[in-house]
Design a protein around this ligand. Structure first.
Ligand SMILES: *Cc1c(COP(=O)(O)O)cnc(C)c1O
Ligand code: SF4
Length: 355
């Protein structure tokens, strides 16, 4: 099979482009066009280069290439699985927890993950938050002194131009009660060439602590270009934390999950959240049970450095918020005065005296 480079380094945005690039077999054209008509498709050159078209179970392909399984929507799946809408006081802001708010700057992403929890809301086109809408969103943040942290998300805010990101940073810098600026992004992994030194500096919000939550799900995403992008962010003074989704067929086994968490730590990214997959439409082929997830997270605890331990998180469907759903290592001590049992990494129980 001839492999063509995508012209001009542009992302592949339709099934025809994926076929031309040799990533999808031509006989799947019609089935996948039906998927692409429903959910946006985009594969950056960096991601295309990582996919092995000869491997039917390629974990990178599974994350980014459309699949006919997406056309099956289950009754329990929700268009807005984590209930963003119910907590949006003004366009572009989601304020669910008192001390922090999301600022959704843009609907587009460099890639469209097939398991995306906001898949009904993200896509190309759609207006970025600009002009009066941005003014209104910032006015809301300014008027709420309880907001200690602003989380820039979308879509992926790091697709915006350096100039625009710098401008938004300057406006956030002027709000005294905001102490922490957090960017959520997949760009360092899927479009690492974007993260130049200048770009990394432009993301620093003057006078605030700056965090970048990096989304990656498989150790193969840590190419040398991605590692360099992460280093430029860390060197520019950002604290890096991770976000991953636990996905069947991608990372839901101990070896892959361990390698992923180690890759984060080796690149100065502290594992933060491992998300149980949300009930997004057409994503049941990615979901595993909470019990399977807990067993994996338990093995991580038994086998890897404490630095490599993420918190396993469920975003309660409908908008009630995020809760940790990791395995319990302590039992029996629910009632005051009761004898407790602590489970060690071999599964042996040790009595802990009643308090
Ligand atoms: C996930 C989320 C946050 C961030 O939660 P942390 O637990 O602080 O990472 C904030 N606001 C909303 C609406 C969210 O969905
Ligand atoms: S980068 Fe994030 S918001 Fe964009 S498609 Fe992937 S999961 Fe969804």
């Amino acid at each position: 099979m001839t492999v063509h480079q995508p012209p001009g380094g542009q992302p592949l945005r339709n099934v025809e482009g994926l076929i031309e690039r040799g990533l999808v077999a031509p006989e799947r054209r019609e089935a996948l066009q039906a998927v692409a008509a429903r959910y946006a498709v985009s594969v950056t050159p960096a991601v295309a280069a990582l996919i092995d078209p000869a491997d039917a179970a390629d974990p990178i392909a599974r994350q980014f290439l459309p699949d006919a399984a997406e056309l099956e929507t289950l009754p329990e799946e929700l268009a807005d699985p984590i209930g963003d809408e119910a907590h949006s006081p003004v366009e572009g802001v989601v304020h669910r927890y008192p001390d922090r708010a999301l600022l959704k700057l843009v609907h587009a992403c460099p890639v469209y993950c097939r398991f995306c929890f906001r898949r009904e809301m993200v896509g190309p086109g759609g207006d970025a938050l600009t002009g009066e809408k941005l003014d209104a969103a910032l006015a809301y943040l300014t008027a709420h002194p309880e907001i200690w942290e602003v989380i820039m998300t979308g879509g992926d805010p790091l697709i915006l131009s350096t100039r625009r990101l710098h401008e938004i940073g300057k406006r956030l810098a002027a709000i005294p009660h905001i102490k922490v600026a957090r960017w959520h992004s997949r760009v360092p992994m899927v479009q690492p060439e974007r993260v130049t030194e200048d770009f990394a500096r432009a993301l620093r919000v003057p006078g605030k602590a700056s965090y970048v939550a990096v989304h990656a799900n498989h150790p193969r995403e840590f190419t040398s270009a991605a590692r360099e992008a992460l280093a430029r962010l860390a060197d520019a003074g950002h604290v890096l934390v991770s976000q991953s989704v636990l996905l069947k067929g991608v990372n839901a086994d101990l070896a892959t999950l361990s390698a992923l968490m180690r890759a984060f730590v080796e690149n100065r990214v502290k594992p933060y959240y491992l998300h149980h997959p949300d009930l997004a439409p057409g994503t049941s082929h990615f979901r595993l049970s909470l019990a399977e997830g807990q067993a994996l997270v338990k093995s991580l605890r038994g086998n890897l450095s404490g630095l490599c331990q993420p918190t396993y998180i469920l975003d309660i469907p409908g908008g009630a918020g995020k809760i940790p759903v990791g395995p319990a290592f302590l039992s029996g001590c629910e009632a005051p005065g009761a004898q407790g049992f602590a489970e060690d990494r071999h599964g042996d129980l040790h009595a802990y005296p009643p308090g």
